[in-house]
Design a protein around this ligand. Sequence first.
Ligand code: NAP
Ligand code: ZN
Ligand code: ZN
Length: 346
Amino acid sequence: MRVNAYAASAAGQPLTPTTIERRDVGPRDVLIQIQYAGVCHSDIHTVNGDWGQQPFPVVPGHEIVGVVAVVGGEVTRHQVGDRVGVGCMVNSCRECVNCLNGDEQYCLNGMVGTYAGTDRDGTTTQGGYSTHVVVDADFVLTVPDGLEPAAAAPLLCAGITTYSPLRRWGAGPGKRVAVVGLGGLGHMAVKIAHAMGAEVTVLSQSLKKQEDGLRLGADHYYATSDPDTFEHLAGSFDLIINTVSAHIDITAHLGLLAVDGALVNVGAPAEPFSVHAMALIGGRRTFAGSMIGGIAETQEMLDFCAEHGIGSEIEVIAADQVNEAYERVLASDVRYRFVIDTSTLA
Ligand code: NAP
Ligand code: ZN
Ligand code: ZN
């Protein structure tokens, strides 16, 4: 099946309209008519070649919501007409210890990314900036009725990437959680941590988005450009989620943790961080990382968001506005996720 899509032909090139081939629907596959695809900063890192060698052309997009159009003969989990979602991965080995533990994202044989990945049939995967996609039913999520489809799309990456560490590190009543960077991931972290019952602080570069941050569920808001912030808040958080797409001073942020506190890094800048040992050993602190979440956990997150009425704050765009949207994300001028209406690709 030949479908319309937007692709970057080489690293650093703008996205342009193209067509791509989608495989035939196999017995365990689902054909999804895509309605919305969120624009994640990882799409931009990929298109810009920030993370090194990868296949081009690439059709980005791993925050996909759509409707099931066809199901393979062995599929029982989804039916034609169901509202479904696809996140950052479309396959894994399902046999290794991590897959068996529900951590498919850490598959020892390599999870298959939704784009720029090599699927088990040897083909290169292409993502959601497209009208249709064929995905193994086990990697297709159910989008609960209560969620508005466009606002649900960013949950498939930004939502799960923040939900997973917030759950794992026990965000909840009595926990002081700071979120560094109020972008796509950051604003979801604020909403989710607030819904979990934690006391939430935003650490943003400036106070420009303070009103939004407080409306989204933050209790406090500070500018990291103000050196007083680091003095005033020293030792005051149980958990810090760093969502920044660029290099930040990790050592300075570790100083904001209470004893036994953890700074969990989800931002993925190209440059390495440096960490001063004293910032970790003084205060028995943890510096950790986390990548998206497993399939069952992603469904749990979608159900949690439906139950708490949580969607992403979005700006819906036509496909031909995507290059401009990338520029705005790079300038931290996103409130708080661009979502492509993929009907504009038809
Ligand atoms: P985004 O919407 O661009 O948000 C990033 C935010 O970081 C910006 O809004 C800005 O917030 C802050 N920021 C940007 N440049 C900065 C700088 N130079 N110094 C300090 N703060 C800066 O990006 P996103 O889509 O949320 O993604 C964030 C990062 O997470 C990306 O690197 C992405 O690749 C990564 N990611 C990781 C995973 C994972 O599984 N671990 C999943 C998805 C994405 P303020 O304006 O509030 O300062
Ligand atoms: Zn993403
Ligand atoms: Zn595996």
